[in-house]
Design a protein around this ligand. Structure first.
Ligand code: ATP
Ligand code: MG
Length: 335
């Protein structure tokens, strides 16, 4: 069975972009794949996190994943720091990756902004740790949103260079998994159709969180940036309208249909009609998840034991892979 690894940062609430771009796919893959899902707390600290908030956000994210249909009986669900092999392989792969490769990563440029010199070294080498997350399980498939495709390509480059340098076939090359609707879904900010919806965007109105209630969702969609024109009847008509294209894309992803099908239904209508319909569909999709989230989040002991059990299973897979890597490199066997 193909083995899947994917991760999400405990840096805020799960939002609609995470859900449609990643988590809904994760849940759907559990029957046909061996799945490992990871709350990536080591990645979270690339930007400073208040310790109490990080602990709480790790449990929030675990509850949100369970509420979104991740089933610990079928999948391995754990927090990254509980499996030390990620960081250990991360060091090795950092010695394989080239500085020039990392310099090309656009997410570092986005996240570091103008203060590159003041960014943490961790933020810069983050894609190397991400490669270790995947390769330490010899994962064959990685479902990620569109924003992470460049990092997955880097993971493949690192795997190829390791295999070539040492003359082994140790790491399989991980493949990206195509998202819902046949293409990688990228959900954009509700305030700016050219920036991705993100947990770390300071404006809460830029995203819909899975914990938002019906009124909040409706208000955020009502206030979402749009334009005064009616919707076109074909996708080509959205070319210069990033906000309109995003809202149509969200509707399509929620309805599990294509943007063209949405425009067949709403072409010729204005946002006065389309936004309330989008709000209703969003609320209907998220309401059961929100209810399940509240129930799960209330039982911290149960969340912690899900993570602990998941981490034990993950270590059992990762430890022999790391041992194989160390043997290949020429490290003496550790006791
Ligand atoms: P942060 O701003 O802290 O980086 P994030 O919103 O980008 O948070 P991540 O934890 O980095 O979320 O990513 C979790 C998963 O969600 C990844 O697979 C990523 O590709 C996906 N994802 C994140 N944002 C979007 C988006 N706007 N559209 C589609 N997928 C997304
Ligand atoms: Mg991100």
């Amino acid at each position: 069975m193909p083995r899947v690894l994917s991760g999400i940062q405990p840096t805020g609430n799960l939002h609609l972009g995470n859900y449609l771009g990643a988590i809904a796919n994760w849940a759907a893959m559990q029957d046909s794949h061996e799945c490992l899902f990871c709350v990536v707390d080591l990645h979270a600290i690339t930007l400073f996190q208040d310790p109490a908030s990080l602990r709480s956000a790790t449990r929030d994210m675990t509850a949100a994943l369970l509420a979104s249909g991740i089933d610990p009986a079928r999948s391995v669900l754990f927090n990254q720091s509980a499996v030390p092999q990620h960081a250990e392989l991360g060091w090795v792969l950092g010695c394989v990756a080239r500085v020039g490769w990392l310099n090309r990563m656009t997410q570092f440029k986005d996240k570091a902004g103008k203060d590159r010199e003041g960014s943490s070294v961790g933020l810069y080498v983050y894609p190397v740790l991400q490669a270790a997350d995947i390769l330490v399980y010899k994962a064959t498939h990685v479902p990620v949103g569109d924003d992470q495709k460049q990092h997955l390509e880097l993971a493949r480059d690192i795997a190829v260079k390791f295999n070539t340098d040492y003359g082994v076939e140790l790491f399989p090359l991980p493949e990206p998994v195509i998202g819902l609707g046949g293409g990688a879904t990228r959900i954009m900010s509700l305030r700016d159709g050219t920036a991705k919806m993100s947990k770390s965007d300071p404006s809460a109105n830029s995203r819909i969180d899975l914990t938002d209630d019906a009124e909040t969702i409706a208000a955020k969609i009502r206030k979402a940036k749009s334009d005064a024109d009616a919707l076109p009847s074909e996708v080509a008509g959205l070319a210069d309208r990033p906000e309109a294209r995003n809202l149509v894309g969200i509707y399509a992803a929620l309805a599990k249909t294509s943007p063209d099908a949405v425009l067949r239904q709403f072409g010729g209508q204005g946002f006065g009609v389309f936004k309330p319909a989008l709000a209703d569909l969003t609320v209907a999709t998220l309401a059961p998840i929100t209810a399940a989230y509240r129930e799960r989040r209330a039982d911290e002991a149960a969340l912690d034991s899900v993570l602990a059990e998941g981490a034990a299973k993950a270590r059992a897979i990762a430890a022999p892979v790391l041992a194989e890597v160390y043997e290949t490199i020429g490290f003496l066997t550790r006791c």
